[in-house]
Ligand binder design. Sequence first.
Ligand SMILES: [Fe+2]
Ligand SMILES: [Fe+2]
Length: 270
Amino acid sequence: METLTQPTQSPVQSVTGNWMALQSTFPVPGLGVLPVNAFLLKDSEPLLVDTGLSALSDDFIDALASEIALTDLRWIWLSHTDPDHIGNLDRILDLAPNAQVVTNFLGAGKMGLLGTGSPDRFRLLEPGEVFEAGGRRLHQVRPPYYDAPETMGFFDETDRVLFAADAFGALLPEPATSIEQIAATDLREGLVGWSTIDAPWLAQMDQATLAGILKELERLDPRHVLSGHLPVAHGIQSLTDILRTAYGRGSSSAVNADHAAEVEAVLNAR
Ligand SMILES: [Fe+2]
Ligand SMILES: [Fe+2]
């Protein structure tokens, strides 16, 4: 396959009868490609999850508009305020005057600092608040790892869809629009590679704590896992198994050894 040099938007894919995936692929020189995804819930109160890459603004808006009249869009759920998730927020707010932005206190504050979004169109969620859109209930779920503290994932109890924000993202050797296209070893290497970059603290997590967090997610038993940076996965076990075996420190002395090595390097450099 040809090497991807520019970000590209893929055709919209159906996940369930109501959920659609708006996928794009971003080249990361030397490391492969990173999927960058948004999602659309087509229901009585349509909801967009994240807003794509600004580098693909026209293509993203075209993809969205092929699925829904933008004036019908009611909600924009923002996972967090990183540029790969809010890239087209202001443009969509202009084109979708009936849409409100679902975020939280910190997300709103950070958008204020960035000068993006419109505070009068924010719908702030309290911690743990269940969000209802047209009778559909989205439960806030904290992903097992993330790179911004305002991050809000969710679980849609109707379609058993888990949105995990940055978690479960993977660097891939080549573009893939379906998880079935990815070899198991590529998925494992890509997932561990990206999480090491995006959430380096994961390596220092206590193994039992990590196992407990993953177990709770597995208890939700999602039928579909939507990640901002992975093709749609069907079921969660194959993803949590990778994390469980790749990460987690068995003893606190190992964690301390890491810190000790860093401090040692600083002291030696003085
Ligand atoms: Fe992020
Ligand atoms: Fe991201």
